[in-house]
Design a protein around this ligand. Structure first.
Ligand SMILES: Nc1ncnc2c1ncn2[C@@H]1O[C@H](COP(=O)(O)OP(=O)(O)OP(=O)(O)O)[C@@H](O)[C@H]1O
Ligand SMILES: Nc1ncnc2c1ncn2[C@@H]1O[C@H](COP(=O)(O)OP(=O)(O)OP(=O)(O)O)[C@@H](O)[C@H]1O
Ligand SMILES: [Mg+2]
Ligand SMILES: [Mg+2]
Lengths: 257, 257
């Protein structure tokens, strides 16, 4: 049974890409077969795995717009059991193409239909862009659960109600089985009162659904993309790497039947 | 002559809102009459000025969709010479409404047309969302110049070529007078090599157009929105506040005829 999770939050810069890349890498390291899906035109997840979007001939764009099978688009990475459906800048145009489709359900189901054909993965993790547009709706429709990275900052709290509103719209229409798999607190800096206040606030709003693991602010994690590697491989003994491994374990344990 | 600048960058969390709010506040403090325009459905600029988006009956939504005059929507703030065109969550729906308009030029010109009726301001600063969709295109069409906040992180560099591509599309079609007014480096942490590398890289790409003032990472700036105040008023002697005042001065000097 493949588990499909979308990492979504319309607030920008909260650690969606960093979480998809490092949780995915940690799950692969732990023996799971993992596919990362980059559905953000910024292609940050693609770059973070050492792949140059400008050199890619087939991408998630074809899966969404011309319904090419993902098996023809997926790429291996340098690391065993870790594959990628890459993104390109042209994906920004897919929004216009998809919005032209007459049937709103058809627009939102393209990713779901593509991924349903893949059976060889244990985990599929989707990196969504910082918006609640058609690309994020595709991610929420294809997923069984949403993992919400929340930066330990005040402005990141503000957007949570808009996100839960969008999730319930998708649950009511396109994907009744969608649930919030968990909220991940990122860039936690124990020295600031604000960070601790945000953690308390989020745990109060999502009592049973906040991951215990806190991801600390760690410069190694932000350096890793410039080397085209996940942080857990670039700096395996850093605090950030340890935290993402712990988060992957927490996810695995919670997913045990 | 009113100067209109859009703060835009599709990369999320790079300091667009923090820059609009603090540069705007510093210009108002220096005697300029300033209007901040929040065109992001997240309404972070609105909240950062102590205004609750849920209590607003008229917003930028009406300016864009029903073409209500901005003079009927603008709000005063607690600080003299600093006014706001507020945003609300419903603005996310404006994207769908605008994209339904048959004429693509009409879609992109709504904000420009609204702002052209306002003559009492020295500066109008527009806070754009983290995307290159119709709301950001409206901001780029209404503006004379773009100010690009860039976080001193590797992933923030990646998106610059997509942004300059979008700017040149707007220059060719909708707004030939648009220029890049400057790049602002934000969340600079002098202790990390990565931050210094990003500064060098950006200065090389935009030699004459990178503001000299670097905005340091400063927790006071990220606390300020939870008190509904710009950082420069919440913690006037902090490093962040001093840097934004210096940036506002640099902008003023460069704008002198
Ligand atoms: N725990 C961390 N410690 C330090 N830096 C981090 C951490 N997590 C992410 N970063 C850095 O913060 C920035 C934002 O993170 P990231 O790009 O993953 O967020 P995002 O939510 O995917 O952004 P976007 O909204 O643009 O897609 C990046 O430069 C990243 O390298
Ligand atoms: N110089 C700074 N030092 C410390 N924190 C900062 C600084 N500038 C911004 N922040 C914080 O970083 C986060 C991102 O900043 P901000 O929300 O202004 O970025 P943005 O580009 O407007 O994000 P979005 O893409 O979601 O619109 C916020 O929590 C903000 O308070
Ligand atoms: Mg991202
Ligand atoms: Mg913002």
């Amino acid at each position: 049974m493949t588990r499909i999770y979308a990492f979504a939050n319309q607030k920008g810069g909260v650690g969606k890409t960093t979480s998809v890349v490092n949780v995915g890498a940690a799950l692969a390291e732990a023996g799971q077969r993992v596919l990362l899906v980059d559905i953000d035109p910024q292609s940050n997840a693609t770059t973070s795995l050492g792949i140059d979007p400008r050199r890619i001939s087939r991408s998630i764009y074809e899966v969404l717009v011309t319904q090419r099978p993902p098996a023809e688009v997926q790429l291996p990475t340098k690391w065993p059991r870790l594959s990628l459906l890459p993104s390109v800048a042209a994906l920004a145009g897919a929004t216009v193409e998809l919005n032209r489709l007459p049937d709103p359900h058809e627009r939102a189901r393209r990713l779901q239909r593509g991924l349903s054909a893949l059976t060889e993965y244990d985990y599929i993790l989707i990196d969504a862009p910082p918006s609640l547009g058609i690309l994020t709706v595709n991610a929420l429709t294809a997923a069984q659960g949403v993992i919400v990275p929340v930066q330990c900052e005040y402005l990141a709290l503000e957007g949570l109600s808009q996100l839960t509103h969008t999730i319930s719209l998708v649950q009511r229409g396109l994907n009744p089985g969608l649930s919030v798999r968990g909220v991940v607190l990122t860039m936690f800096d124990a020295r600031t009162i604000l960070a601790r206040q945000v953690v308390e606030e989020v745990r109060r709003h999502f009592p049973k659904r906040t991951f215990r693991t806190l991801i600390p602010r760690s410069v190694r994690l932000s350096e890793a993309p410039s080397f085209g590697e996940p942080g857990i491989f670039y700096a395996p003994h850093s605090r950030g790497a340890k935290a993402y491994r712990a988060l992957a374990q927490e996810l695995l344990q919670g997913d045990q039947p």
